[in-house]
Design a protein around this ligand. Structure first.
Ligand code: FE2
Ligand code: FE2
Length: 253
């Protein structure tokens, strides 16, 4: 069974994404499971299950692709559910316009602070250590491609797509079809995801060699943090905001 991924009451404070009650965890999408409880992302990270660009897969499909015993993953997701600590504020529950503002402030803000810092460190590490570790030079080239992609991508969201979502939530018409911009954003998310995968591969999981200098270590730690933040960011857009924008556009027709 494929879940209904967007709540028809997405302008309320109800979660934007849900499955019919009683749907087994294995038949829900991994994107939806994280949207419902962000703490589940820790379990998916530990198994390297992609919940953002590939968040439309059911948990059953995702486990099968990784060759994982699904019972073990379900057990850990259920243990997370039993965690007695109060859940952190879940941005997936915000109405679409507030979610767009949250993404700009939190995730675009993070990228605008981190990208220049990581650019400078990656360039320096490639210059100093690239002679004996050519992967560091390739990492710099992958990084600058990803940086350019992300910079243009954020502007398109902030200047075109997100204002259109806000206009729709206010009851106005969409300024033209949103299908093209949404498809473009999803494609660019996949490209950024591929660049992050390549950086992870070239850096052996962002693990510096034992004799690495401080800049080298700081770069790898910064890239690992960036990867996690981009995963949360893309997840909120792919699994929550973009489906909600589609639904709003359909209703305005
Ligand atoms: Fe974004
Ligand atoms: Fe995006």
């Amino acid at each position: 069974m494929r879940p209904n991924r967007v709540n028809s009451t997405c302008m309320s404070h109800q979660p934007n994404v849900f499955s019919p009650p009683g749907t087994p965890l294995l038949d829900r999408t991994v994107g939806e499971l994280v949207a419902e409880r962000p703490g589940r992302s820790r379990v998916f990270h530990s198994y390297n299950i992609d919940f953002c660009c590939q968040g439309g897969r059911t948990l059953r499909e995702a486990c099968a692709r990784k060759g994982l015993t699904s019972d073990l993953v379900v057990e850990q997701l259920e243990a997370e559910l039993a965690d007695p600590s109060p859940p952190a504020r879940n941005p997936a529950n915000l109405p679409p316009a507030e979610l767009a503002a949250y993404i700009v402030e939190t995730h675009h803000g993070f990228l605008r602070r981190e990208l220049p810092r990581l650019h400078a460190m990656s360039e320096r590490v490639a210059q100093v250590h690239g002679g004996h570790t050519p992967a560091l030079v390739e990492m710099f080239h992958v990084f600058i491609g990803m940086e350019a992609e992300l910079t243009g991508h954020m502007l398109k969201e902030e200047q075109i797509l997100f204002p259109a979502v806000v206009a729709l939530t206010l009851g106005g018409p969409a300024p033209g079809s949103l299908e093209g911009p949404i498809a473009c954003m999803i494609h660019e998310h996949e490209e950024v995801g591929a660049a992050l995968d390549r950086l992870r591969e070239l850096s052996h999981g962002f693990k510096p060699s034992p004799d690495a200098c401080n800049t080298y270590r700081a770069l790898f730690a910064g890239l690992s943090d960036l990867e996690q933040d981009v995963h949360r960011h893309v997840h909120l857009e792919n699994a929550v905001l973009l489906p909600a924008a589609r639904k709003l556009a359909e209703k305005s027709r």
